[in-house]
Write a protein that binds this ligand. Structure first.
Ligand code: IPM
Ligand code: MG
Length: 352
């Protein structure tokens, strides 16, 4: 079990080290951890947010446990040197095109949701976000128009193969859940989305047991706060998935709770090679204070055991311990409590 631990910036190191502590406590066979620099930390040490040695370490591992990247002091750097390029580069270089972002109400947290408890209670969804294409990876630039005015531009595009492969992931995931899949696009305005929708419909023919529907992204955003219980599996593009998954986190209660798995085609000995990271960012405002919630990072480690190492029982053991801790009243600052990063992880370890 070779794991590249890339903790990154801000609260990344604090929450990642708690996830590592949980893994270390488990007596996993052959667990070997390597640590590498990414993000602003890597830029400062090596002049690049994703140094070649870090990329090589990630490639040679069975899985990557990732923290967060982003640092306001880098906002004026040229885009290719900004910390965010580290995670975008890893996703692209490692072919991690399928991003799974589960969001479920955890027992006892109904009152923490931004929604009314009776609405929040129903939440149990899996957002599948395409991660290698869309406006994120299109050509981009700024130019000066004839009028002398500046213009920024980013090209949005999806090829049919990019849509097809994420659609297959989504249909298979829906089969393993309740058999309902919602594809989210903006086909009433965007050609990119029309092709997305056409290809998803084509792929649907291979999955007659899955009930497919389509929503425009604006309507999906509204429905997610009006009646989130209607969603089971959602599949969407890179940009819409980025936005909707942040929204989903507040429906569940805190962005400090949601993990993610980024998967591609490459298999490892016991599963699929993947990168695992909380959906939250580096939160520079609370970095270094021991106040960050490590539960999303701990849940991400559980997803890693499930998807990259075929250790479903160990994954459940972690997830059940987090749920039991929360049900027992464990609350960090993000949920109106006063337990710090380490104390929250201690509560999970105690349950384990
Ligand atoms: C996420 C983050 C990233 C993204 C940033 C840090 C580049 O917001 O993983 O959701 O936009 O994908
Ligand atoms: Mg995001």
């Amino acid at each position: 079990m070779k794991i590249a631990v890339l903790a990154g910036d801000g609260i990344g190191p604090e929450v990642t080290s708690e996830a590592v502590r949980v893994l270390d406590s488990m007596d996993l066979p052959g667990l070997t951890l390597f640590t590498g620099d990414v993000g602003a930390a890597a830029y400062r040490a090596h002049g690049h947010p994703l140094p070649p040695e870090t990329l090589t370490m990630a490639r040679e591992a069975d899985a990557v446990l990732f923290g967060a990247v982003g640092d306001p002091s880098c906002d004026d750097l040229p885009r290719h040197l900004r910390p965010e390029q580290a995670v975008l580069g890893l996703r692209a270089e490692l072919g991690l095109f399928a991003n799974l972002r589960p969001a479920s109400m955890l027992p006892g947290l109904e009152d923490a949701s931004a929604l009314r408890p009776e609405i929040a209670r129903e939440i149990d969804m899996l957002i599948i976000r395409e991660l290698n294409g869309d406006v994120y990876f299109g050509e981009k630039g700024t130019r000066t128009l004839g009028s002398g005015e500046r213009e920024g531009w980013d090209r949005m595009a999806y090829s049919e193969n990019e849509v097809r492969r994420i659609a297959h992931v989504a249909f298979r995931a829906a089969q393993g859940r309740s058999g309902r899949l919602t594809s989210v696009d903006k086909a009433n305005v965007l050609e990119t989305s029309q092709l997305w929708r056409d290809v998803v419909v084509e792929v649907a023919a291979e999955y007659p047991d899955v009930a497919l529907d389509h929503l425009y992204v604006d309507n999906a955003a509204m429905q997610m706060v009006r009646a989130p219980g209607q969603f089971d599996t959602i599949v969407t593009g890179n940009l819409f998935g980025d936005i909707l998954s942040d929204q989903a986190s507040m429906c569940v209660g805190s962005i400090g709770l949601l993990p993610s798995a980024s998967l591609g085609e490459r298999q490892s000995a016991h599963g699929t090679f993947g990168l695992y990271e909380p959906i939250h960012g580096s939160a520079p405002d609370i970095a270094g204070q021991g106040r960050a919630n490590p539960l999303a990072a701990i849940f991400s480690a559980a997803m890693m055991l499930r998807h990259s190492f075929g250790r479903e029982d160990d994954a459940r053991r972690i997830e059940d311990a987090v749920k039991a801790a929360l049900a027992g009243g464990t609350r960090g600052f993000d949920l109106g409590g006063s337990m710090g990063t380490r104390e929250l992880a201690d509560a999970v370890l105690a349950e384990m």
